[in-house]
Design a protein around this ligand. Sequence first.
Ligand SMILES: Cc1cc2nc3c(=O)[nH]c(=O)nc-3n(C[C@H](O)[C@H](O)[C@H](O)COP(=O)(O)OP(=O)(O)OC[C@H]3O[C@@H](n4cnc5c(N)ncnc54)[C@H](O)[C@@H]3O)c2cc1C
Length: 540
Amino acid sequence: MYLKGCSKEHPFLFVTDNNEWPIEPAAPGNLIVFWGTIYKWSVGVQKTVEKVVIVGGGTAGWMSAALLKKVLGSVVDITLIESDQIATVGVGEATIPPIQHVNSVLGLDEAEFLRETKATLKLAIQFENWHRQGQSYFHTFGAAGQSSAFCQFHHYWCRASQWSDTKSLWHYDLNYLAASAGKFSKLQTEDARLDMPYAYHFDASLYGQYLRKISEGLGVVRQEGLVRDVLLNPDSGAVEQLLLDSGQKIAADLYIDASGFRALLLQKALGVGFDDWSHWLPCDTAVSVPSERFEQTLPYTRSIAREAGWQWRIPLQHRNGNGLVYCSRFMSDDQATQTLLNNLESTALAEPRINRFRTGRARQQWQKNVIGVGLASGFLEPLESTSIHLIQSAIVRLLRYFPHQGIQSDVVARFNKESKREYEQVRDFLILHYTQNNRSDCDFWRQMQSLPLPDALQQKIQAFTAQGVLIRDDQDLFAESSWLQVMLGQGLVPRDYHPLAERLDKTQLQAFFQQTHQLKSAAVKKMLAHDEFIDRYTRQ
Ligand SMILES: Cc1cc2nc3c(=O)[nH]c(=O)nc-3n(C[C@H](O)[C@H](O)[C@H](O)COP(=O)(O)OP(=O)(O)OC[C@H]3O[C@@H](n4cnc5c(N)ncnc54)[C@H](O)[C@@H]3O)c2cc1C
C-alpha cells in the first residue's frame, strides 16, 4: 500500500498496489504519519455516492432533482426536503436560451411546458434609458448579419456607419426584427442566417410545481420538513446528517444545498465564505408585484433604468411580472415601491413584496459532500436573467463530474474553478451595463460611471473601442453578439475596424446589407403575432 498525491488537504488518498479503491488504512480519526507529516484519516467523503439529499424546493431544488434523476436514474436515490413554513423566493421568471437543453434532457413537450407554466416566448431584452435617458437598445439572443471566416459582420457595419444612410446594427438581426414587430414563429429552415434563438418567460411558482411533478414522476421522494440543524462529522467536517424539526435524522452521501439565500449547509454549516461583489454590483433590494396582462404580450423582456436601479417587465400569458431592482443607499423601499406602482401601466394584482440580496458568490460551490445550487451558491441580481441558468449549469457540471465512487478532491477543485470562472464572466457582463452609462441626471448612475472595473472587463472594453475586437473567453455564457450589442448599446464605439471590411466597396457593402435585411424581414413577414403563435401552439 502506498500514498498517492497525499497532502494535508488530501489525507485520505490511499490506494493499494493494484489500485483498488477505496482502502481504509485505519479506523476513522486515526493518525497516519507519512514522511514526517501527521495526517488524520477521515471518512464520509470517500463513500460511493448512492443517496443524494436536496434541501430546498424552489426552482434550484426541483430543477436539480429532475435533472439528476432523469440522467442518473436508479444510480442514485434522491430525496428532496422542503418546508412549507419557508416560502420560495417567488421571483425568477425570465430565462435565456440554454434552458431549452433542460427541457430537452427532461423530454418535455414544449407546448405542454408553455401551457403548464403560462409561458411566453423571449427573443431579447430591451434596455431603456440605460445609456442615456430616452434612448433604448436591444440585447437579442440572435446576431446581426452574417460573419465571414475572418471578419465579423459588425466590422463591415462599422465601416459603413461613416455613410449617413446606414441603418442600425439591429436592422440586420432577425431576433430584433421579430421582437420589435411583436411576432414569433418556429422557422423550418436550414439557413443559419435565419436562426432565431429564444427562451421563455414563465410563472416561477407554476414552473416549480411543474418540475416537482416531473421529479416525483421520475421517483424523487419529497419530504416535508424544516431542517433544524446540520450535523457534521467531527473528523472530516463533512455533513453527516440533517436534523429535522420532527426529530427525524436524514443522512446522505451527497447533499445539494438549494435552501436559497439561507444557504443552510454550504454557508451556515460549512462556512465556505462569500465573495462579496456589491462594490461592483451595488443594487441590493428588489420590490416586485404582478399586474394584469396587456392586450398584447411582447416576445421580449423590458428593462427600464430608473433613478437608482432598473425596472423589469416580464409578459406572461395570464399576467405581467414586474419589479424594481435598486440600491438601498440611493432609494428607500417606499420610494422604490411608489416608482414601481406608478410605472405598471396595468392594475396590480397583489401587494408589492420586498426581497433583499447581496451580490456575490460562495467561495466554494462544492465543499466536502455539499454542493450549493441556486441562491445558496450566489446571486448576481436579475439583470440578464442568468440565475436559473446558473442552476442548470451547476447541475450539468455535477453530472459531468458525478462522484459515483467517492468524492475526489481534484474533481471538486476543477468544479469550483469552472464555477468561479462562470460567475466572474457573468458578473463582468452585468458590470458593463451599469458602468458604461452616459447619464448625468442621477447620483446613482454617476457613481456607477466611476467604478473601477475588473481587469478582464477593462481589457474587453479596450479591445473593442480600439479595434472593434470582441474578446470572449472560453465557455463564456454570453456570445460575442451579446457583448457587441451591449457595448454598442451602452455607447461604446470602435475607433477602427478589421482591414478585410475594406475589401468590399460602398456599392457591394450596401447590396450585402440590403440582401441581409430583406432575407430577415421577409422571414418576419411570414411569422405569427406572438399571442397568436402561443394560442395555436398550445392548443395542439
Ligand atoms: C428580485 C429577484 C428577481 C429574479 N429574477 C430572475 C429572473 O428573471 N431570471 C432568473 O433566472 N433568475 C431570477 N432570480 C433568481 C431566481 O429567483 C432564483 O435563482 C431561483 O428562484 C432559485 O431560487 P432557489 O431555489 O435557490 O431559492 P428559493 O426559491 O428561496 O427556495 C429555497 C427553498 O429552500 C427551502 N428551505 C429554506 N430553509 C429551509 C429549511 N430550514 N428547511 C427546509 N427547507 C428550507 C424553502 O422552503 C424553499 O423551498 C431572481 C431573484 C431575485 C431575488
